[in-house]
Ligand binder design. Structure first.
Ligand code: GLS
Length: 837
């Protein structure tokens, strides 16, 4: 009975000695305990890495307490829960972030200090969790932080890849990929839940059986794999709430497969069982595009099936009637990758819960929301043949969804077959495909774009037809990033400065307060301290650069950074061409003019997808140009070029605070949002950018005068492309700007070596070949002007500092807290649920 339960609980509590304590002495005791009993080293002799492990376990214990309390509280109050489904999360390191969100950073630093260690050094022992590719994946991580901080009852679901995003190593300027076996040294941030497992089925056949006088479809699967849960506590800041990110790993099914063993081929059957694990082994390293590969499809379904079984089990524990599902469960599709969820929920409701198609469909249409992260029309597709063999029942369900949708459409728009073909979930043709985006749009109650510009393009181009049908579904949720990681963790100097001048730390939970910095815009002391913080961050970055590449850089130079995935549309090539042009100018200058030049350190970093040849050539060109310029003694400190290898979250935390200028060069209309720009903005780094993605909204906040804008606007891009093509037939060299032609020729003619290798790269911007799809030629002039404006502004350090302060002051809107609150209120309809202290 209840009395007995309470008595037991009270006895447990008395044994427990209260919650763990956070004073430095208690922390030291716990650290030493973990050194001795978890890490199994002697407490009298352990190194930085072992200190990291012990501290991580000490912090983990505290996370677990809060995480338990939060879940007990959620269970008791039964709020509507959000399930955030994403195949990618770029978490980076966890120690500093956890310690800050728990509010125990000073105590931990002191505890370590008294044991003879330094917090910064210990924290650097941690490797990155890189279970994602780029912006999309880091966005998921920022949003988890905001969900926890704002007390939302949310769960994240993802895959526990054993190999995260490849490590990039550079040999002779070429990118090589090395596997990232990140679990090698253990992962103290996860909790393995060997009892939370689900069977996930594949292949097999569909049969029709009679049930209660009605025909019912039954899927007889051919292969079973087991999904095991790994839980990762996500602490909020300034709250006890600690939510869960549950990642699934594949294991061979524990069911004893008698038949396989009875054939006598024992060894092969063990080997075959082991193959199951490959499903969650490796992250696909392509940013923005996924072709229909069987293993990828298996990963997606494995993820979807395990997550939904878990979600439905929790729902059924608390509720008996599926009519309540939409009031209790919100399922969010982070891009199209998890959209098989729609077919899976239908299958569960119809085949397993016997709800009847129409009722099930009604429910499904109320629980899903969808965010698309891409500008391209031709999105993710699954070849029908693949589905047919891997998930035969799901294919039938998808056909039925599409059939009903087409029938409804015919009633609305008549027999307009070309429109019907565009809207159809099934793409007909030589190779039939399922269009994941169409599926997600039809079934979701909201379709979100990630910036105003993105939403506009969705409405007028990408999903124009759907917008015509369901205008009310389309919403804008401009991306944001968490100031906890991108200022508090990565830029402690700036954090202290902001708090000092605002007189409060409240901005860490309410980024709009950053606008208060404008009150001190002309204060000389404030300027001095502001510049000092930047200087210290530049020193830290300069040391790193020297250690990585051997290049010594001057702190007086402008640190100019472009870090992001390498993509033609992001136009790293424009940056490199600009650098070559700058080099040419310097070479032609007399001594007097040189004295007026603003020295530059051009820093580029980013990974190319392993199969993306042009992107790999861009990396090589960057190295070839760096080699030439950095070794030209005539140039010295006036210009240095550095490629930072293996750009990842923890490298970003070091590079972004140390940047003076950052470049965001995508051809307008190609970057759905971009989130790097927001991180630089928060760190007082000025932007040199096109009017693309979320930059347009940054301009709304800080004004055109506080950044360096260039290039064709979205509406001009199409016209320029047309014009460029009409110029094609007789090649018109006169139309190509002189500077651009010269730079291109230098690369083409082998000035930087590797003439043959760079040929195809040059051709992407040449007429009659790649036709310069991304308009480097026509944007080059205005790019150089923007660069000149940046140089000019840098000479006037007062002006520059004002611009820098205004950047941070205007960055509040780009906190992921704002994004998440907007999603919670207008899309997911969930309420905060704050665990009492
Ligand atoms: C991306 C977009 O390319 C970015 O512009 C966007 O900021 C990000 C998050 O919404 O999503 N889409 C994608 O597939 N990878 C991305 O980084």
């Amino acid at each position: 009975g209840l009395g007995e339960h309470r008595a037991k609980a009270e006895r447990m509590y008395s044994l427990m000695d209260g919650f763990l304590k956070n004073d430095p002495i208690s922390l030291q005791k716990d650290i030493l305990h973990h050194v001795e009993y978890t890490v199994a080293r002697s407490r009298f002799s352990f190194d930085d890495f072992e200190a990291y492990q012990a501290l991580a376990h000490t912090v983990r214990d505290r996370l677990i307490e809060r995480w338990h309390d939060t879940h007990i509280y959620f269970k008791r109050t039964k709020p509507k829960r959000l399930y955030f489904l994403s195949l990618e999360f770029l978490m980076g390191r966890s120690l500093s972030n956890s310690v800050i969100n728990l509010g125990i950073e000073d105590q931990c630093a002191e505890a370590l200090n008294q044991l003879g260690f330094e917090f910064e050094v210990v924290a650097e022992q941690e490797g990155d969790a890189a279970l994602g590719n780029g912006g999309l994946a880091r966005l998921s991580a920022c949003q988890m932080d905001s969900l926890a901080t704002l007390d939302y009852p949310a769960w994240g679901y993802g895959l526990r890849y054993e190999y995260g995003l490849f490590r990039q190593i550079i040999v002779d300027g070429f990118q090589h990929e090395k596997p990232d076996y990140w679990l090698n040294f253990g992962n103290p941030w996860e909790i393995e839940r060997i009892h939370v497992t689900y069977e996930v089925k594949f292949y097999g056949t569909v049969e029709e059986v009679e049930m209660n006088g009605e025909k019912q479809k039954v899927w007889i699967p051919g292969e079973t794999v087991e999904a095991v849960a790994y839980d990762n506590p996500i602490p909020g800041y300034g709250t006890r709430n600690t939510i869960n990110l549950r990642l699934w790993a594949a294991k061979p099914s524990s069911k004893f497969d008698l038949e396989a063993y009875n054939t006598g081929d024992y060894i092969n059957s063990v080997v075959n069982r082991q193959k199951a694990e490959t499903i969650s082994n490796v992250l696909y390293p392509d940013d923005r595009s996924h072709q229909g590969k069987e293993l990828r499809l298996k990963q997606q379904y494995f993820f979807v099936s395990a997550s939904l079984q878990d979600i439905m089990r929790r729902f059924k524990e608390e509720h008996t009637n599926f009519d309540e599902l939409p009031e209790k469960v919100a399922l969010h599709l982070n891009d199209t990758h998890p959209s098989l969820s729609i077919a899976e929920v239908m299958r569960m409701l119809v085949d397993e819960e016997h709800l009847g198609w129409h009722k099930a469909w009604d429910i499904v249409c109320k629980i899903f929301s969808f965010t698309t992260h891409t500008m391209v029309t031709d999105g993710e597709k699954i070849p029908v043949d693949l589905l047919e063999s891997l998930l035969p029942r799901h294919l039938e369900i998808l056909y039925e969804i599409n059939f009903n949708f087409m029938e409804e459409l015919k009633k609305r728009i008549g027999l307009d077959y070309s429109r019907l073909a565009l809207l159809s979930i099934v793409e007909e043709g030589a190779m039939k495909n399922i269009r994941m985006a169409n599926l997600a749009i039809v079934c979701s109650h909201t379709v979100n774009g990630v910036s105003k510009l993105h939403l506009e393009k969705l409405k007028t181009k990408t999903f124009k037809e759907f917008y015509g049908l369901y205008p009310e579904k389309f919403q804008c949720k401009t991306n944001g990033v968490t100031q906890r990681r991108w200022i508090v963790v990565s830029n402690p100097g700036l954090r202290d400065l902001i708090s000092k001048w605002l007189g409060t730390e409240a901005w860490i939970r309410d980024a709009d307060l950053l606008s208060g910095l404008r009150d001190h815009l002309d204060n000389a002391d404030f300027h001095l301290e502001w510049k000092m913080v930047k200087k210290v961050n530049k020193m830290r970055l300069a040391e790193y650069i020297e250690a990585m590449s051997g290049v010594k850089v001057s702190l007086d130079a402008m640190f100019d950074v472009q870090v992001k995935r390498i993509h033609e549309y992001k136009r790293q090539l424009l940056n490199i061409f600009g650098i070559i042009h700058r080099y040419n100018c310097l070479k032609n200058m007399d001594k007097d003019s040189r004295r007026k030049v603003v020295p530059r350190v051009c820093i580029i970093g980013g990974k190319a997808a392993p199969g993306y040849e042009i992107a790999k050539k861009i990396i090589k060109l960057c190295h070839a140009v760096a080699e030439k310029i950095n070794n030209d003694t005539d140039i010295g400190d006036l210009l240095k070029v550095v490629f930072i290898p293996d750009y990842n979250v923890s490298v970003a935390e070091l590079v972004i605070p140390g940047a003076d200028l950052s470049q965001h060069l995508s051809t307008a209309g190609n970057e759905a949002s971009g989130t790097g720009n927001m991180k630089f903005l928060m760190n007082g780094c000025l932007l040199l950018a096109t009017a693309d993605g979320s930059t347009v909204e940054i301009i709304e906040e800080i004004g055109e005068d506080n950044l360096f804008l260039f290039g064709a606007k979205v509406h001009e891009v199409e016209k320029r492309r047309q014009k460029r093509l009409s110029n094609l037939a007789p090649l018109q060299p006169a139309k190509i700007p002189l500077h651009f032609a010269r730079v291109l020729r230098m690369v083409r003619d082998g000035y930087f070596g590797h003439k043959d290798y760079f040929k195809s790269l040059c051709e992407t911007v040449e007429f009659g070949f790649g036709n310069d799809y991304y308009l480097l030629t026509s944007d080059f002039g205005s790019y150089l002007e923007a660069q000149a404006a940046a140089d000019k502004a840098f000479v006037n350090q007062d002006k520059w500092t004002r611009m820098s302060i205004l950047s941070v002051a205007g960055s509040g809107r780009f906190s992921s807290d704002r994004t998440i609150q907007d999603y919670a209120e207008s899309t997911w309809k969930i309420n905060p649920c704050r665990c009492p202290l």
